[in-house]
Design a protein. Sequence first.
Length: 463
Amino acid sequence: MIGRVTIFAAALLLSTATGVAADPIDDLARQYMGASHIPGVAVAVIEDGRITKLEGYGTANLEWDGAVTPDTPFQTASASKIFAGVALMRLVEQGALSLDDPIAGFFDGAPEAWSTITVRHLAGHTSGLAEVRNSPTGATTQEVAAEAMTLPLAYPTGSESRYGLTDFVIMTAIMEKVSGLTYPDLIRREIVAPLALTHTGFTMLREQGPVRAADIMAGRARVYGWREGVQRDEEFLYPVHAYAAGGLYSSARDIATLMAALEAGTLLKPESFALLTAPAKLNDGRNGSFGVGWTFDRYHGLATVGHTGGPALADVMYVPAQKLTVIALTNQRRFYALLSHAIADLKLPPVAEAAAIPDSRPELTAALQKALEAAADGKIDSAAYSEAGRRDAAPFYQDFGQAMLLAVGPIGDVSLMDERPGPDGDLRRRYRVRFERQALEFVVRTGPTGLISEIRPLSGDDL
């Protein structure tokens, strides 16, 4: 334990002992590393198509103390979907398939329900496909598709956005069929080779009986989880059939190169990039939460697009109106996607802050603050939650939620921003909570008795 702490502290000291005054991004990175026990971070910023910041901090591996550089490959988890969306649009441009192709045409024996599901539905998480559970890690995409065909739809196709894994496994099976390549080879052909990326790929980690075997990837960052006062190696096994959804390793430089190429129109046509950066429409005309694999939000009143690692490990945030991209990679699983927003705060125009509204139920506000402070200490007061809250809300604050609260520091003040009555006497309130390092907004729902059924942090400034 002493050796690991010493290595981490030494890495932080080395990263600051350059003789050059740190800029605000350097300061932010180190603040969050210290608060959240993050061994290593890599950051890239692109402004007006030009990479203006590219930096590594700390250590990629606590066992041998390898310094993070802009070329260190990090596990990107669900941010892998950014690459999947680009690969899909490359195949569309080549005429290998269309986003409007019914997926039933790619699978023998597909059920009738699949005839109305298109590739676009898969990419936008609106297919209605039920999740295939407990597939063996060695299952192929075709085997997962065969299992999915036996399940009824979970919801009507196109009626809602429902984030899931099976959509991307089926999409992978289609891309492999039309390209004649495995998914890793497709990524190499369509993205890695055209952009000359040098630190992007897959480890092909597989379980072989009692052994986990993987390809060598030079310099890659190990993944850690800070729990009960110690760092633990917590590499997640992404099955090969799920590689479009997660499991890609890439570096800050490589992702920045990809984003700059997309913005410049050198890898995809502008109309293809527009599909990635615009939300798909649901059946009732509302915007869904996804485009072609990419997610949408708002921040500083501006539309943002990209993807997090779900939420840890990676965050890629593109703000089209400002031609700004922020990339933050970490090797700490217990970290919420906060660093990219903090960096964006330095680059985006300031927004006039909305005024708080009068609080007619201060006891509810006090209960929120107490619940957040308890969660930061690793405690959940079950008596403060309704049965639904104990089931659906509280577990988040025993893992990622607690990590989020530790990252932002102690609470300064809590302001009520919005209040709306709901059915059955529920009350939905939106709060702005100022913490030591960042202000966050939360949606809180309480029942007639004042018990909490929901405490949900807003990732941007959407309601």
